[in-house]
Design a binder for this molecule. Sequence first.
Ligand code: 13P
Length: 287
Amino acid sequence: MLVSARDMLEKAREGKYAVGQFNINNLEWTKSILLTAEELKSPVILGVSEGAGKYMTGYKTVVGMVNGMLEELKITVPVALHLDHGSYDGCLKCIEAGFSSVMFDGSHYPIEENVAKTTELVAICKDKGLSLEAEVGSIGGEEDGVVGAGECADPDECKAIADLGIDFLAAGIGNIHGKYPENWAGLSFETLAAVKEKVGDMPLVLHGGTGIPADMIKKAISLGVAKINVNTECQLAFAEATRKYIEAGKDQQGKGFDPRKLLAPGAEAIKATVKEKMELFGSVGKA
Ligand code: 13P
């Protein structure tokens, strides 16, 4: 059964480790992440962007697929199904469809509007037992066509949003989605410490987990980060493994590629990436 991400992230913050949010795009992706979490006895969060939700034909399909897998793969570790960077309407649709957690990304609204919309969602999520993530300070890079510059969040705005009763907070600290450029200045631990000071025990979320050096990840966890999002690294691993398989020409004597065999190396590559991240984040054995 899907669970809210609230308890797993409170435990992670207390235990000084982070739970990975791995974004899913299809059946193979989802299966690889769930099997790895079960094998490593790690809690896990499956992230779904609005674009990926649409691609998978809608949120109800995603919920049906994930719930089916939890049962048929006999998954026992805590799993949350979480809308990533949701709009207000997207959050309502996912709540209705059976997600166990949503992120409302109001970072592009003026703070007053972010507060108003977040307040409404806090009430709905509390009523239905879902966890809610909010964002302050936009995360840079491109996601689903939305490009942000990687600002650092204002700690007072973080407190204003945290005090509304959300469960965890994504604060921009110079992190960006996708690959980091050569001249990237690194994470702003000063901002992270200032945010932590204001929001106290609220678990913090680090987006843009792809390509952040291990020492920065560990320092971020020591300063209150309890959830780390990874997407691009799984995509790169999947694409590279698939490309190699095709280049090796493993079709069936001119009959073409068996789709299950074609997708298998990519699925294995995702498992390896997820395992490496769970080990780095310290969530192995914590389920
Ligand atoms: P990356 O694609 O950089 O790993 O970021 C993922 C993310 O933050 C999803 O919200």
